[in-house]
Design a protein around this ligand. Sequence first.
Ligand code: F6R
Length: 243
Amino acid sequence: MNIITVPTPTEAVERAAAIVADEIRSHAAPVLGFATGRTMESLYALLVARYRKGALDFSSMTSFNLDEYVGIATSAPQSYHTYMHEHLFDQVNMPAGHGHIPDGMAVDLNAECAAYENRIRASGGIHLQLLGIGDTGHIGFNEPPSAFDTRTRPVVLDPVTRQQNAGMFGNNPDAVPERALTMGVGTILDAKRLLLLAVGSGKADIINEALNGPISEKVSATAIRLHDNATLILDEAAASIWK
Ligand code: F6R
C-alpha cells in the first residue's frame, strides 16, 4: 500500500486529483468509481477546473458511484444523484447516461443491486475507485460488520453514520435515511486501483484504526490493506495519530 502524507488538505486533494486525471488520460475508455461526501467536493472542483482548461476529457468515460440512500428521490438535494450532477456530471463533457449511481428508489432493491453489479462487470471493471472513510471506518456504506466478499446490496446505516451525515438533513440524524444501497467490500476490492483520500483531524482516529488495527470486517477500510494497488492520500492532520 502506498501511503502519501502531505502537509495540507489542499495539497492532499491536488495530489488525488492529479492521480485521477492521469488515470482518466491513460485509458481510451476509462471506468472510474466515484465517492461522494464532503472530502470529495474539492476534488471534483479540481477535475472540473482541469476540464475547463482543456486538460481533461470526459467524453469516453463511464463511472459507477459507491452508494445512494434508499427512499430519497433522485432529484432531492440530499441524494447522491444530485450531488454528482452538481459537482461533476453537469460540469464536464461526460455523455448522459454514463454516470451510474444505484437507484435507491427502485421497487426491487435486490434486483437493482444485482443489475448494478452486472453493469460494472459489463463495463470491463473499474480502473480506479475513489474512496473516503467514514467515522465507522466504512468505505462506501459498508458499515460494521461487512464481510470482505460482500457485493452491492441494501444496508442499514449505522447511527454513527447517520450522525456524521446529518448536516444535509437539517442537522437531524433521525432525518437521515435508515438504509442505503452500497457496493460491497468485495465489489470495491475488485477495482484495479483504489485511491482513498482523508483530510483533517476528524479522520485521525479512524485512519489509525484502518492502518494499525486488525484487518477485520468490523472496520471495512482495513480491507484496502489486502489490495495490491491501493494508494492513501492523507494530510498531516489525518495522519497525526497513525504516524
Ligand atoms: C460516500 C461514501 C462514504 C464517504 C465517507 C466520508 O459516497 O461512500 O464512504 O466517503 O462517509 O464522507 P466525508 O467525506 O463526508 O467525511
